[in-house]
Design a protein around this ligand. Structure first.
Ligand code: ZN
Ligand code: ZN
Length: 355
């Protein structure tokens, strides 16, 4: 593998040429209706609930996330990547699904004996993917622990239950979720799937620092095992992009909680690795949760029209942008100035919205 820290001007020029050709290919594919100009035709999305960036990739020593750190050298991380809305799970997870800060609507769920549940007002990535690419539900699986009745996607007339994912909800720990994921990947080989890991947030709320750190190490090892599995599988190897993110962080003044606008709650992780993702890049173009869904749509070739985000083309090999290659003295983390501006802007929008 080439050293990701070295990028010569010749390779930059070569890259520009490749980009020009790729841009022409994108235009061509839009006019001919082809799905995607990229090598990626599968996406794995992993959400680690409530991992604070300072214990994740924001830790310069990456003590608890060696697997993700190794993957970051093969792929891209974004600093700053921000939760720009509500820093709690019940709003931030649906925002990841929808690529927008969707409302969540309570309803009596017939799939769960009429018990109370929520659905998203806006369509989700599952619905965009299944409808526009005409995929069956087993090609779009949502893996999570047993939560009773999983939150549901939308009832949008153009999308809705016909395009919901196959929910696979079982077990109690992140390792349970992983042990269920592998055989179902083997059985169904879904081209889009989401793995939701809940334990880090759970252990964080327990207030036990050691348990919180252990759960981060476990989630990190699962990400490593998942990537290794995908690279060893003929269906997935070389054609799959994996994205690992969080819904929110944790207070920088108290790891047992979250939910406000402090840096610790807002600053989250975005790691992507795959055939079309820049290698060894720390992208400094500021990005937020709603940008994830349009990026997946860009890679897989489908529109995500109700998303408020934009595709992060600067992390794609055919894209361009504000590139910062890993260097020996790289230390991730300090996003405070930009973050402060974002928070002020976000508060202004909320005030405006509520007036
Ligand atoms: Zn929580
Ligand atoms: Zn906070």
């Amino acid at each position: 593998m080439r050293d990701p820290r070295i990028q010569t001007s010749a390779s930059v020029l070569g890259g520009l040429l490749v980009r020009a050709v790729a841009a022409a290919t994108v235009l061509l594919s839009l006019t001919t209706g082809a799905a995607s100009a990229y090598e990626t035709d599968k996406v794995a999305l992993v959400i680690i609930d409530g991992l604070r960036y300072s214990e994740g990739l924001g830790d310069p020593d990456h003590t608890y996330v060696p697997e993700m750190w190794a993957l970051a050298q093969q792929g891209t991380i974004i600093e700053p990547f921000i939760n720009d809305g509500y820093t709690y799970t019940s709003r931030a997870i649906p925002a990841i699904w929808c690529g927008a800060w969707t409302d969540v609507i309570p309803f009596s769920d017939p799939d769960c004996g009429g018990s109370s549940n929520n659905y998203t007002q806006l369509p989700t990535i599952f619905e965009y993917y299944r409808k526009h690419l005409s995929r069956p539900d087993e090609d779009c699986i949502y893996f999570l622990k047993d939560v009773g009745c999983p939150w549901k996607a939308s009832f949008e007339p153009d999308y809705g239950p016909d395009f919901w994912p196959l929910y696979h909800s079982a077990g109690t720990t992140d390792l349970d979720v992983w042990s269920q994921t592998e055989p179902l990947l083997e059985q169904y080989t879904p081209s889009f799937f989401l793995v939701y890991l809940a334990s880090v947030d759970h252990e964080g709320h327990s207030g036990n620092w050691e348990d919180y750190l252990d759960s981060i190490s476990t989630a990190d090892s699962i990400v490593g095992m998942l990537w290794d599995y995908l690279q060893a599988h003929p269906f997935y190897a070389g054609t799959t992009t994996m994205i690992v993110t969080n819904d929110h962080g944790r207070h920088d003044y108290d790891f047992s909680g979250h939910g406000d606008s402090c840096d610790g709650c807002r600053t989250i992780q975005f790691l992507a690795v795959g055939p079309d993702i820049q290698t060894g890049l720390v992208s400094t173009v500021p990005r937020t949760i709603p940008d994830i869904v349009p990026t997946i749509g860009e890679l897989l070739g489908f529109p995500t029209e109700d998303s408020t985000g934009t595709a992060m083309i600067e992390i794609i090999k055919t894209g361009s942008g504000d590139l910062k290659i890993f260097s020996d003295d790289f230390e991730s983390g300090d996003t405070s100035a930009w973050l402060q501006e974002q928070i002020i802007e976000e508060q202004r929008r909320w005030v405006e919205f509520n007036e």
